[in-house]
Every structure is written in structure tokens, then in C-alpha cells.
Write a protein that binds this ligand. Structure first.
Ligand SMILES: O=C(O)CNC(=O)[C@H](CS)NC(=O)CCC(=O)C(=O)O
Length: 277
């Protein structure tokens, strides 16, 4: 199967982002892709709560999602909307950071709300408090599909290996890890974390990322690390997309999942042990 990783520099305008998605999806089809994946917060990168409140809507009303569903059907392709920022159902007033898997009929096969919130002070200049704006999910999601068993994760989740282990032990062959990784942590952490998750689980890791300097939104600008990746179940980096936006295709073969797990069956070697005191 050929997968297309759509590396983007999303702006704070969902319509503009949908327009560039349409162009990139045609490029992906031209390259023969059967599954296209977009980064975290594909529909909007903005640090302004006020702006997000003004433009974001609930899942059922979201035009980027509707647009992607129409494209999936028209182009006969699977699409992972890595994540969309969406309004939640009342009484929750924070947004949802939701990953949605769309099949070639344009139907939503699976949805996952990011579980781990990025509440981190990387440095004095670079701090994040995702849980102020987004409500965390509390359910791991594994989609059994015609193109494999796909476990959904988002960005900061990459640091929580127990989630990936649970997905793999439930049958995942592919784990998706869309991201808007921070420039402060990316250089040291992004690639080794993805490789570790691949090696521990024997899964393909597909990690489409936001990249570059995003247009200032309400006076606040933001940069993301880029370097979208595909990592094999053996832990080899099959794609490092660098820092330019674009469409990057890689062929994957799910037989490699069985092969990696046959060589090192660590997923089946869990032991229970007394907790440390
Ligand atoms: O705020 C939004 O618009 C959407 N959410 C994000 O971009 C989130 C929280 S700020 N980013 C991450 O999780 C980066 C994790 C990371 O960089 C690390 O683990 O080092």
C-alpha cells in the first residue's frame, strides 16, 4: 500500500487550509497513494482562543471534514484527518482535538480524541497549556479496516508508550501519530520517540506533521518542527520529510509487521511485577 504524508503549514483560516488539502490530495492521487494522512490541527493553527471560538464549529458542521469526506469519495482514497480542532458537545466548553479516519465511501470509520494534553514549559519563551483550550479524551481507538488495523494517536501521545502497547496488543498494525511538534523539543525527541514506539510495538508509525512558521493569528505567531516521518515495524526511518510543506509517498507492506514481531516477540513477553515502593 502506498501512503501519502501531507506535510502542511496550516493557517488560522480553515477554508484556506481546505483549499491546500484539495491540491495536495490530487498530488497524492497522481503519485498512486491509497491512504493520505494530514497533521494535527489541520484545519486551524492559532493560539487565539477568541479567534478559535469565532471560527470553529462542531464535528457535524465542520466544512473541512465535509470537504475531506467528499474528496475521499471522489478520489477513492482513505484519508486520516490527523486532527481537527472542533467544538465539543455542551456542557464541555473546551474544544476537542480529534483525529478522524475517513474511508473511500466518504464515511467516518473512526474518531479519536487526543488523550494526553501538552501542558509543558519547554523554555521561558515557549510554553503550552493545551488543557486550557482542549478537553482530553479518555478512550483508545483501534480501527479494523480493509487497509489494516489502525491505532489512532495524536502528537504528545507519542511520549506515552503504554497507549501504543495497548493498541498493538489489541491488534494494531499501523499507528498514526499526526503532530504539530514544538521547535524546542523536536530536534532531540521527535525521531527517537517515533522509532521507539515502532520498535516496541512492531507497528508502522505514520507521522504527518505541521511545519514551519505559521501566519500570525491575533498577533501571536507559532512555529512547528516539521520532519513528518514514516517508521517501519523494525524501527527504520523510511521517510524524513524535512521542513518544506508537500506530499511525500512511501510504500508499506503489512507482512513486515509479522516479520518484525517474529524476530523480536517482545509484545508477548509482558510480566506482572510488584510496584516499586
Ligand atoms: O494547540 C493546538 O493548536 C493543537 N495542539 C497542539 O499543537 C499540541 C499542544 S500545544 N502540540 C503538541 O502536543 C506538541 C507536543 C510536543 O511538541 C512534544 O511532545 O514535545
Amino acid at each position: 500500500m502506498r501512503v501519502a504524508i501531507l506535510q502542511m503549514t496550516s493557517s488560522d483560516d480553515p477554508e484556506e487550509n481546505l483549499a491546500s488539502l484539495r491540491t495536495m490530495l490530487r498530488d497524492a492521487i497522481g503519485q498512486g497513494a491509497q491512504f493520505a494522512l494530514t497533521p494535527e490541527v489541520t484545519n486551524i493553527v492559532s493560539f487565539s482562543r477568541k479567534h478559535q471560538e469565532a471560527v470553529l464549529v462542531r464535528e457535524a458542521q465542520d466544512l473541512v471534514l465535509k470537504g475531506l469526506q467528499a474528496e475521499a469519495k471522489a478520489l477513492d482514497i482513505w484519508i486520516l484527518a490527523g486532527s481537527l480542532a472542533l467544538k465539543s458537545e455542551a456542557p464541555e466548553t473546551r474544544f476537542a482535538n480529534r483525529s478522524l479516519l475517513i474511508n473511500p465511501e466518504g464515511e467516518i470509520e473512526a474518531r479519536y480524541d487526543k488523550i494526553h494534553m501538552f501542558d509543558v514549559a519547554v523554555s521561558a519563551e515557549e510554553t503550552y497549556r493545551e488543557s486550557a483550550g482542549f478537553a482530553p479524551g479518555d478512550r483508545a481507538v483501534l480501527a479494523h479496516t480493509g487497509i489494516g488495523n489502525i491505532g489512532l494517536t495524536i502528537c504528545y501521545d507519542v511520549r506515552f508508550g503504554y497507549l501504543h502497547r495497548a493498541l498493538a496488543q489489541a491488534g494494531a498494525q499501523i499507528i498514526t501519530a499526526p503532530a504539530a511538534f514544538s521547535p524546542g523539543t523536536g530536534p532531540a525527541h521527535w525521531q527517537p520517540l517515533l522509532q521507539a514506539r515502532a520498535i516496541e510495538t512492531g507497528c508502522y508509525i505514520l507521522a504527518p506533521a505541521q511545519t514551519g512558521k505559521h501566519k500570525a493569528s491575533a498577533g501571536k505567531s507559532r512555529s512547528t518542527y516539521g520532519h513528518s516521518m514514516v517508521v517501519s515495524p523494525w524501527g527504520e526511518v523510511l521517510l524524513d520529510a524535512g521542513t518544506d510543506a508537500g506530499v511525500f509517498c512511501v510504500d508499506i507492506d503489512l507482512a513486515q509487521v509479522d516479520e518484525a514481531r517474529r524476530k523480536v516477540p517482545s509484545l508477548t513477553h509482558d510480566r506482572s511485577f510488584e510496584a516499586p515502593k
